[in-house]
Design a binder for this molecule. Structure first.
Ligand SMILES: Nc1ncnc2c1ncn2[C@@H]1O[C@H](COP(=O)(O)OP(=O)(O)O)[C@@H](O)[C@H]1O
Ligand SMILES: [Mg+2]
Length: 240
């Protein structure tokens, strides 16, 4: 049973993150609400990964404030994070999911059935007994998604999950993300890929130098970016 509280909206209010003398996020304010996926784009070093980590509660702001559903507590039980390169336990695919279920506090006697459902959901039923580290990159990323979905999250944070995948593997991963979003999970995903914005995004957060340069509905952003930098990015020019 889900508790009747939610992690949404996630509100960042004047959030800065410093690492030594470097400002990684610079007084960034952003509201992430329920609905279609939010894609976070921008050049390398813009702060996308750091923003996602702050949204997960993995990094505390040095300035400003983050709230999840109006609460500042950082119990991450309703959030899940998938890294660009998934970290797999040296066990079978099914055991990797069971591990996620254990962490989510899932009752032991129900874990096997739930693990099978999750593997089915990401199209890996046939590979349940395969060693996770011997799966292809795309299969590992699907397994990482299954493990994240095991937490039954409100909020699914994805850091460039298709960056090292070929088009077919990218499509499988995008299909899983799309169906997770349609099931009511809020997806927030860093991406490099404008095609992915077209395919998946409800809204776009365009980051530059540690702050939000533009936040708009995806179709407006693609058709009518309002800043010079965003327009250059949409044209495919190099933005640094
Ligand atoms: N722990 C850290 N210490 C110092 N600099 C960091 C640290 N983490 C990230 N950075 C720097 O902060 C900037 C933003 O990083 P990141 O959030 O990874 O951006 P993106 O994901 O958009 O490429 C980069 O210039 C990166 O080198
Ligand atoms: Mg990054």
């Amino acid at each position: 049973m889900r508790a009747p509280v939610s992690d949404l909206p996630v509100i960042l209010d004047g959030v800065s993150v410093q690492a030594g003398a470097t400002t990684i996020l610079d007084h960034l304010s952003l509201t992430l609400s329920a609905g279609a996926p939010t894609l976070v784009i921008g050049p390398n070093g813009a702060g996308k990964s750091t923003l996602l980590r702050v949204c997960m509660g993995l990094i505390a702001p040095t300035e400003g404030r983050v709230t999840w559903g109006g609460r500042a507590d950082t119990d991450p039980a309703r959030r899940a994070f998938v890294f660009q390169r998934p970290v797999m336990l040296r066990r079978t695919a099914a055991a990797n999911i069971a591990y996620g279920l254990t962490h989510a506090g899932y009752p032991r006697e129900k874990r096997a059935v739930r693990a099978a459902e999750l593997l089915e959901r990401v199209g890996l039923s046939g590979l349940a007994a395969r060693s996770a580290r011997r799966l292809s990159g795309g299969e590992q990323q699907r397994l990482a998604l299954a493990r994240a979905l095991a937490r039954d999250p409100d909020l699914l944070l994805l850091d460039e999950p298709t960056a090292s995948l070929d088009p077919a593997a990218t499509r499988s991963v995008e299909d899983i993300i799309d169906s997770a979003a349609k099931s009511g999970i809020k997806v927030v995903m860093a991406s490099h890929d404008l095609g992915q914005v077209r395919r998946l995004a409800g809204d776009v957060v365009f980051m530059l130098r540690g702050t939000v340069c533009e936040h708009a509905r995806a179709e407006d952003f693609l058709r009518n970016p309002t800043t010079r930098e965003a327009a250059a990015f949409v044209r495919g020019d190099l933005v640094v």
